[in-house]
Structure formats: structure tokens, C-alpha cells
Design a protein around this ligand. Structure first.
Ligand SMILES: Nc1ncnc2c1ncn2[C@@H]1O[C@@H]2COP(=O)(O)O[C@H]2[C@H]1O
Length: 567
């Protein structure tokens, strides 16, 4: 008893702090109006989409049986694998908001047309073509949305939390959507589900319409990187390949690609071995897959909350590797001892690992990739991942029939788990380099830098140099050449003009901006009155950052004007 009480006392603070972390991450996501809108838009359209997919399958089964359902599913996936990288080009060339709204409105229109097709007894092929087109137009949405997320967030932790919320919404939609679809089809009709889906797309469009990005221009906006790309008129093929070549040239993005590709091979294979588990181990028949899926879903929801709770820790790469390991090694439990208990245990662990992979994959890619190619990089990943998923489900039946279930699972677990374990040290190094450099928080707190994108602020922080000034030393002198911008980390300085006291400045305040922005010699002398530590930013780095974003330049001009008026 005493031991139990001790364990309880130890466990509850851990649980409480995990719940607290999850809650504060959710609050930071839903407290940001833009994130709130994009997450709600995602929730609405995903639930509608799953309900719709169920309704299409029910209808297609009625028209052409399992064969039609199977063929339609395969053709649709194949087309989506090509449409994702292709469509994502739009996410880098046009304003992302416009891409998202257009995708929503087109999908609503296609859903309405498909409804009309059903009501007028149009040929089944026409309805299937409309349903397929709807999926293809949807391929543009996710890459554009994921590429837009960094412009809607202020801090890396907020970005991870937002991805965590999206992933949890995805898991919930995967649960609720098909159930809602099945319920509505049986109580109303397929047409009602189609119209419901059209309504969720329109709702999503309205929500997205109200979003105001907080950080910097995005591709396709006036002056954005997409506009530059347009000016150069690069060949279509090079544009299209942009996402793939970018991944190919970045070793960290390549490592991420290997990890997520191996994970999706297992995801594809689960479609096959899930049924085998249900029939041979659970003895529930093929429909037993539903039970395994539910257990997996519970693991995924818990994993989603845990990914949210961990967002403040910024260990995204390490967590991605752990998530991938969780997608493989638990299968060895079933290999060692095939039984219902090990099947459920591995399903729950796989489920738990799923959001760890999704959330951290998205965050790493968003943080490592320049905004100008981010849409295409996501599109390239998506296309490849649909392919590796198909590979997993195509190869697994041969492995099982050739080697038996246990050997097939063992090979899969080792092929996926071992590279993930081997990448752990590299992931730790990546996490260390992704951790916000010293001075990030200080720069973020300055009015002139706060409008900048988080990645830009981190890049500036990396360019900072530390200086120390003992009490009494002049840091800059009136009339000198203006070469750098300075922020006070600790200590205190006095600003004087022609020997006359103007003001004191302390930690978190800055000086040296007037000479750089107005291209004039120093307008004042700044002397340390205590031992002072400063961060300095070279002229070009400062000017590039401030002039790159209108709000930043306006804030800087405002400070210069106020200071000059007082001098
Ligand atoms: N009136 C003022 N109030 C506060 N700071 C000032 C004032 N005048 C000048 N400075 C700061 O002192 C700095 C001296 O170098 P700069 O002219 O580059 O930029 C100047 C400002 O950052």
C-alpha cells in the first residue's frame, strides 16, 4: 500500500504537468485568431470529406460492387500521387489564402454537381469522375495550408502546437467522419451527405477568408518570393521539380524523407496485416479490423495530446525518430507471441506513434524550408508518401504468402525500425541546431522586429555578435560611421547629444538604428554607465530584415522620428 501511495504521488505531478502543457498549447493555438480559423476550417472540411468518402463508397458498392470500389480507390490514389506535387506548385506561385479558398469553393461546386448527377440518374462514370476531381482539387489544400502555417505563428513552439492540433483534428475526423457518413446515409440519403460536404467546404472558405497572416509576405503576394520566380520565368519542369530538388540537396530533409517513407510503408502494409490479425489472431473475421482500428485510434488521440504537450520542448527531430520506431518495433511483440493482447498492444503503440511522426515531420519541414519552395516541398513529400504507402500494401501480401506472417512482420519491423534508431544521434544534432539561438527572445521583444517571421528572427539571432562595454566606455560616438545596430542584453547606457544627457537605456532596449536607416553618421554618443553586455547586428543584416517587411520598417521609422524629435 505504502509503495502504491508513493507511486501515485510521483505519477500525479507528471500527469498534471502533461495536462497543463497540453492545455496551454491548445490555448496558444486557439487564442491566435488565424490559427483558430484554419484549425476549424480543417476540422469542418475533413469531417465532411470522410463522411463524403464513406457515402461515395456505399453508393459505388451499390452500383458496381467491391470491384468498382477497389478500382476507383486505386485509380484515385494513383492520380492523387501525381496531383499533389503538381498542384502544390500553385501554393508557391499564388497567394496561399487564394489557393485555399479556390480549392474549397471548387470542391463545394463539384460536390453539388455530383449531387445533381445522383438526383438526375446521370451515368455512374460521371459521378465517379466528379468525385475523383473533388479529391484531386483537394490535393492542393494540404500543402498550401501546411506551407502557410509558419506565417500564422509567432514562435516555433506555437507552430508545433498548431501542427499537433491539426493532427488531433485529423484523427478525430477519421473517427467521426465515416461514422457520421454511415449514419446519415442510413437515416437520410447519399445526396444529403454530398450536400453536407459542400456546406463544410463553404464554411472552410469563409473561415480562411478571415485569416490575416502575421508574419511577412508569402509567395505570390506582391513582393514575395513567388513574384520573383514569376519575373525569372523559370521553366515549368524546373518549377515542378523544385520541391524534389530542394529535398535532395538538404541532408536533413532527406533524412526526414527516409523516416517518413519507411513509416508509410508500414502504414500501407497495415491495410493487409490488419485483416490477417483480425482473421487469424483475433478470430473475428475481416470485420475485426474495425476493432483494431479503434484501438489504434485511441492510441492516436493520446499520442496527439502528448505531441501537443511536448511542443514546448522543441525536440521535434528526436520525437520524429521515436515515432518512427514506434511504427515498427512493436510489431516484434506479435512476432514473438502472436495473441490478441500483443495485437492490441502493438496497435495502441502504432497509434501513439502516428501523431509523433505527423506533427514533427510537418514542423521540421516548415522550419528547415524557405517559404518560397515550402508548398512544393510538402507536395513532393505527399506524392512520394502516397507511393510508399501503396508499395507497403502491394508488397505485404507477397511477403506473407512467401514467408508467413511472423517473418514478414519481423522483416518489416527491422527494415523500418533500425534506420530510425540509427538516425537518433543525427536527429539530436538537428534538434540542437533548431533550438532558438541566444538572443531570439530579446529580438522578438523589439517593436521593430516583432512583425518578422519566426524563422527570420532566428536567422537574425544567429547573426548576432556579443560585445561587452565596461562602465565608462563609449559604445558609439556622435559623428562616427554607422556600422551596426545594438541591443542591450544586460547593464545600462546613457545617450548624450553634444554632451547633453538625453536618456538612459537598459536591458531589452536598442540603439544605433538612426545612422543605419537614415544613412547618416551617428546622431548621438552612447556610453556604458555600468558594465554592459550588448548584441550587435551588422548594417546589412539589420537593413535587409527591417526593409523586407513593411510593418517592421514602419515601426522602425516611428522610433527614429520620435527619437529625433526629442533630441
Ligand atoms: N533622442 C534620442 N532618444 C533615444 N535614443 C537616441 C536619441 N537620439 C539618438 N539616440 C540613439 O543613439 C544612437 C546613436 O547612433 P545612431 O544615430 O545610429 O542611432 C541613435 C539612436 O539609437
Amino acid at each position: 500500500m505504502a509503495v502504491d501511495a508513493g507511486e501515485d504521488a510521483a505519477a500525479s505531478p507528471v500527469l498534471r504537468s502533461a495536462l497543463h502543457d497540453t492545455w496551454s498549447s491548445l490555448r496558444s493555438v486557439f487564442g491566435n485568431p488565424s490559427l483558430r480559423r484554419i484549425e476549424l476550417a480543417l476540422a469542418g472540411s475533413m469531417i465532411g470529406d470522410w463522411a463524403y468518402a464513406t457515402a461515395v463508397v456505399v453508393w459505388a458498392y451499390g452500383v458496381g460492387g467491391a470491384r468498382l470500389v477497389g478500382i476507383w480507390g486505386a485509380v484515385r490514389l494513383l492520380l492523387m500521387a501525381f496531383a499533389s506535387p503538381l498542384g502544390s506548385m500553385l501554393a508557391d506561385r499564388l497567394p496561399r489564402k487564394r489557393v485555399l479558398i479556390t480549392s474549397d469553393v471548387l470542391r463545394a461546386l463539384l460536390a453539388v454537381l455530383a449531387t445533381l448527377g445522383l438526383l438526375t440518374d446521370a451515368p455512374a462514370a460521371l459521378v465517379l469522375v466528379l468525385a475523383t476531381l473533388l479529391s484531386l482539387v483537394g490535393c492542393v489544400f494540404r500543402p498550401a495550408q501546411m506551407a502557410w502555417m509558419p506565417s500564422l505563428t509567432r514562435r516555433p513552439e506555437e507552430l508545433t502546437a498548431a501542427n499537433g492540433a491539426s493532427s488531433t483534428i485529423e484523427s478525430l475526423a477519421f473517427f467521426l467522419g465515416p461514422a457520421l457518413g454511415a449514419l446519415l446515409v442510413s437515416t437520410t440519403s447519399v445526396e444529403v451527405v454530398f450536400l453536407l460536404n459542400a456546406a463544410t467546404f463553404l464554411l472552410s472558405a469563409v473561415l480562411v477568408g478571415g485569416i490575416r497572416p502575421i508574419a511577412g509576405p508569402t509567395p505570390g503576394d506582391a513582393g514575395g518570393a513567388g513574384a520573383d520566380a514569376d519575373a525569372e520565368q523559370p521553366r515549368m519542369l524546373a518549377q515542378l521539380a523544385g520541391g524534389f530538388t530542394h529535398i535532395g540537396h538538404d541532408r536533413d530533409l532527406l533524412m526526414v524523407a527516409i523516416l517518413v517513407c519507411t513509416q508509410t510503408i508500414v502504414a500501407g502494409a497495415t491495410i493487409v496485416f490488419g485483416v490477417v490479425f483480425a482473421v487469424e489472431i483475433l478470430k473475428l473475421g475481416p470485420q475485426g479490423v474495425g476493432v483494431i482500428d479503434s484501438v489504434f485510434g485511441v492510441g492516436a488521440i493520446v499520442g496527439g495530446f502528448s505531441a501537443l504537450a511536448r511542443s514546448t520542448r522543441n525536440r521535434v527531430a528526436g520525437d520524429l525518430a521515436v515515432g518512427t520506431v514506434l511504427w515498427s518495433l512493436p510489431l516484434l511483440l506479435v512476432v514473438a507471441y502472436p495473441s490478441p493482447v500483443t495485437v492490441f498492444a502493438s496497435a495502441i503503440l502504432l497509434g501513439f506513434g502516428n501523431p509523433l511522426v505527423d506533427v514533427n515531420f510537418a514542423t521540421i519541414v516548415q522550419r528547415l524550408t524557405p517559404d518560397a519552395v515550402l508548398g512544393r516541398v510538402f507536395g513532393a513529400y505527399e506524392g512520394v508518401l502516397i507511393g510508399t504507402m501503396a508499395l507497403g500494401s502491394a508488397v505485404m501480401p507477397f511477403l506473407i504468402s512467401g514467408l508467413g506472417l511472423r517473418w514478414a512482420l519481423a522483416i518489416l519491423a527491422v527494415v523500418v525500425g533500425v534506420p530510425a534508431l540509427a538516425f537518433l544521434p543525427r536527429c539530436r544534432r538537428l534538434d540542437a541546431s533548431l533550438r532558438a539561438p541566444d538572443g531570439t527572445a530579446l529580438l522578438r521583444g523589439l517593436t521593430i522586429f516583432s512583425p518578422l517571421a519566426p524563422a527570420k528572427i532566428e536567422a537574425l539571432a544567429r547573426a548576432l555578435t556579443t560585445e561587452t562595454a565596461p562602465a565608462g566606455a563609449a559604445v558609439v560616438r556622435e559623428g562616427e560611421v554607422s556600422d551596426r545596430f545594438l541591443v542591450i542584453s544586460s547593464g545600462r547606457v546613457e545617450v548624450t547629444v553634444a554632451g547633453e544627457h538625453i536618456r538612459f537605456e537598459g536591458a531589452g532596449e536598442f540603439f544605433g538604428e538612426i545612422g543605419l536607416l537614415r544613412d547618416v553618421p551617428r546622431t548621438a554618443t552612447v556610453t556604458a554607465v555600468e558594465d554592459t553586455v550588448l548584441y550587435s547586428l551588422a548594417r546589412e543584416d539589420f537593413l535587409d530584415a527591417v526593409r523586407g517587411v513593411d510593418e517592421s520598417l514602419a515601426a522602425a521609422d516611428d522610433v527614429v522620428m520620435r527619437r529625433l524629435a526629442r533630441a
